[in-house]
Design a protein around this ligand. Structure first.
Ligand code: GTR
Length: 323
């Protein structure tokens, strides 16, 4: 057979060997490979590969290789990224119902958070993504976020007057900082360490694992356990990509995402413990014994301003009523 004929036959055989609808899903995360969110999406990928008999798989682009969270969200909407793991905060201006779990002092405990997210309220919020170009697949834990500062400890909102505090790119977090007397400085996560070091900002806020992993705890040596918010992480898929999948593959992806949740929670508990121990051992000044009431009072007004329509009000009522 002439060479060209051989090549055509080989190509045809190769094409036949690729099963229909085979896909390598591109997944994005801002965190490095050993972070629980990254590991959990990789686990989800393993389940997808196993359950699809190797047809589908997930390739993780960790460490913001595909951009900062806001950029990955736009790319996901456009179909350039298939699966995105982000925090709910940068989605607040795109999917309005995500504002609800981002509200300050909303969840009473991790148990309360899990009850909400694992039940019908969680399902309703995930379903709300569809109208905005995404499919909400699953929530992951993100712990409670607390405030940390470079120059001096914060014990009351008065200590925050005029401090430039970095917040995620979300109006509600900016409003919270303003209500506490600080000057909110929204910026992408990847810029925060340098901003803390150079004095562009005076502080930021995050959970134990991110505070430690990002090295923010090195310049910001004062941590106040405000635990002012518990906005969870979310795993979303591009609706464009989702709509091109046959129903049985959609079900497979959704189940793999759900099945990765307990795996993530176990990793998270362990990581929170380790991060807290490492931060404390480094000599960070942790303020835990302070009056939280003025922080909660300032947040209450913010909460009211952001609960904008009956659907949000209904969710808040259902969340408050869950025990
Ligand atoms: C982390 C979260 C990231 C990112 C980051 C931030 O806790 O896991 O997805 O949102 O906070 O503060 O930007």
């Amino acid at each position: 057979m002439p060479l060209i004929g051989t090549i055509v036959v080989m190509l045809a055989v190769a094409l036949l060997a690729v099963p229909a609808h085979a896909k390598v899903f591109r997944a994005a995360d801002t965190h490095p490979p050993d972070y629980p969110t990254v590991q959990a999406v990789e686990y989800m990928g393993k389940l997808i590969a196993e359950r699809s008999g190797g047809r589908h798989s997930v390739r993780m682009y960790h460490s913001r290789q595909l951009g900062e969270e806001k950029e990955t969200v736009s790319q996901t909407r456009a179909g350039g990224i298939d699966i995105d793991r982000v925090n709910l905060a940068p989605l607040n201006d795109i999917v309005p119902l995500t504002i609800v779990p981002t509200l300050p002092f909303l969840f009473r405990s991790v148990d309360h958070l899990h009850k909400v997210l694992d039940g019908p309220v969680g399902d309703d919020i995930l379903a709300a993504f569809a109208a905005h170009g995404f499919v909400g697949l699953a929530f992951y834990d993100s712990g409670a976020r607390s405030l940390y500062t470079v120059k001096s400890p914060v014990r009351s909102p008065a200590d925050m007057t005029g401090l430039r505090i970095r917040v995620q790119q979300s109006e509600i977090l900016a409003a919270l900082m303003r209500a506490l007397g600080a000057e909110p400085t929204p910026m992408p996560y990847g810029e925060v360490l340098t901003a803390l070091k150079t004095g562009v900002i005076d502080g930021a806020e995050n959970n134990w694992p991110s505070y430690e992993q990002s090295n923010h705890y090195l310049p910001a040596r004062y941590l106040t356990l405000t635990e002012h918010g518990m906005a969870p992480e979310v795993v979303i898929m591009s609706k464009v990509v989702w709509d091109a999948l046959p129903p049985e593959d959609q079900a497979l992806v959704r189940e793999a995402a759900r099945d990765s949740v307990p795996y993530m929670r176990a990793l998270w508990r362990e990581r929170e413990r380790k991060a807290e121990a490492a931060v404390r051992a480094s000599g960070v000044v942790v303020t835990a014994d302070f009056d939280k009431a003025p922080f909660i009072a300032a947040a209450a007004a913010v909460r009211q301003n952001f609960i904008r329509d009956p659907a949000m009000r209904d969710l808040v009522t259902r969340i408050d009523a869950l025990h």
